[in-house]
Write a protein that binds this ligand. Structure first.
Ligand code: PHE
Length: 453
């Protein structure tokens, strides 16, 4: 993306850029630990259902808003209906809150890549390594700074195109590698096959409303929804490209990679825990604890680990770039700043919000917000509160207030017949608003410990 509104050259260009933003740590790091925590198969099932219904409808709506108005989110909502400009503003706030802690985790990936290159692979496979690492105050900050600096340099020098080209080649390799690691684990690790069953067979007794809360937050996060990013992408999209088909492809890509990542990690933790489901809730560190253990059992595991972490780093970078680009262009537009100065302002904010997240398990482990450490707190309020609010308002807006009422459907039909029209309409107008509201209320009540679910 650049500040002047260029277009993607073709359909593949659009799909790949949007997929580059969507596929990232959300798929590889966040999805597996949630799946492990929220009952395996039941989480997977709820997630897939939400993805083909809510995910599809919301992504169609956001891309259509962008393509119709040719504006960034705040401008888009304001031009369509002034009363809804707050949705654009609220959406704009979300990437500002995600980027800092996203970069902390990006820093963990850098550290592990570096460790695997410098021969630390076997000590990284010790069960206590990760906990010991994040309990250090200095080092995680250094890696966090490196990750954010790398992102900023790419954005500042406008070389995203180059990175996107590289990741176009790397993405398929990442998919194959993930598949290989998953199959290897399931075939060779005792107990991993039962873990696979835990991951793919829904156990309805594990269902709770928190399964849906977590799956929906994850869906918004993973598909880069409810924060204006897809509106921005839509604003660059040409009128003759099918919105509906592109959304199907992005969705397949994004959900497919999350599924594979889960298959690589969940059966392995299940086996390492001897099938004890109670112990599966390893939280945000899961990927960094389990993967080195798998690589250790593999012939040539260190090399595979290097390759793997390198590709995860690329996927994380393309997502971080889209987050930073969004914030930078908002500052450019709204604060009338130059590109360079807005980039530095974003960096400043990231340092301010990212350092507490990086210190959450060390110097500042005693400081909690709503009973959560900083990283979990930012993750929680963006995914479980802000994004549902934006998604809810988006549904109301495109379902009831937009003029004419059929504006989105007309925009989608410009390039090809809108086959999912009925599904879209029912979801956006009726099902999504009710579900999102229920979920929002439950997660707020749960956060303030008014109820426990
Ligand atoms: N979707 C990205 C991921 O799965 C994260 C992200 C969120 C990127 C929001 C951009 C905006 O990692």
């Amino acid at each position: 993306m650049s500040s002047e509104r260029s277009s993607f050259t073709g359909k593949i260009g659009f799909v790949l850029a949007a997929a580059g933003s969507a596929v990232g740590l959300g798929n590889i790091w966040r999805f597996p630990y949630l799946a492990a925590k929220y009952g395996g198969g039941i989480f997977l099932l709820v997630y897939i259902i939400l993805s083909v219904t809510f995910g599809f409808s919301l992504m169609v709506a956001e891309i259509a808003i962008g393509r119709k108005t040719k504006l960034s989110p705040i401008g888009a909502y304001t031009s369509l209906d002034k009363r809804f400009s707050f949705v654009g503003w609220l959406g704009a706030l979300i990437p500002v809150m995600i980027l800092p802690y996203y970069s902390v985790i990006g820093g963990w990936v850098l550290k592990y890549l570096f460790g695997f290159i410098t021969g630390e692979a076997s000590s990284m496979a010790e069960g206590t390594y990760f906990g010991g690492y994040i309990a250090k105050a200095g080092e995680p900050i250094v890696w966090f700074l490196l990750f954010i600096a790398l992102t900023a340099v790419i954005v500042l020098f406008g070389v995203e195109k180059g990175i996107e080209k590289v990741s176009k080649i790397m993405m398929p390799i990442l998919v194959l590698l993930t598949l290989f690691i998953a199959v290897y684990t399931i075939v060779t690790l005792d107990g991993a096959f039962d873990g696979l069953l835990y991951y793919i067979k829904p156990d309805f007794s594990q269902f709770s409303i928190m399964t849906v809360v977590a799956a929906m937050g994850q869906l918004f996060y993973s598909m880069s929804l409810a924060m204006g990013i897809m509106i921005t992408f839509g604003s660059y999209m040409k009128k003759d490209i099918s919105i509906e088909k592109s959304v199907h492809q992005i969705e397949l890509f994004d959900t497919g990679i999350a599924f594979l990542a889960g298959m690589m990690i969940v059966p392995a933790v299940f086996a390492f825990e001897g099938g004890n489901v109670e112990n599966m809730d390893k939280g945000a560190g899961l990927m960094f604890i389990t993967l080195p253990q798998i690589f250790k059992t593999m012939p040539g595991g260190t090399v595979i680990g290097v390759l793997f972490f390198f590709m995860v780093l690329l996927a994380a970078l393309t997502s971080a770039i889209s987050l930073m680009e969004t914030v930078v262009s908002i500052f450019q537009d709204k604060l009338k700043m130059g590109r360079k100065s807005s980039c530095f302002l974003v960096l400043g904010i990231c340092l301010l919000l990212g350092i507490p997240s990086a210190l959450g398990s060390s110097a500042w482990s005693g400081v909690t917000l709503l009973g959560k450490q900083f990283l979990d707190f930012f993750d929680f309020i963006t995914n479980s509160i802000f994004m549902p609010v934006v998604a809810f308002a988006t549904c109301l807006f495109v379902g009831y207030f937009i003029k004419p009422r059929s504006a989105i459907e007309d925009e989608v039909s410009l390039s090809s017949p809108f086959r999912g029209r009925l599904l879209y309409r029912v979801i956006i107008r009726y099902i999504a608003p009710i579900c999102i509201l229920t979920i929002l209320v439950s997660s707020v009540l749960e956060a303030f410990k008014i109820i426990s679910i």
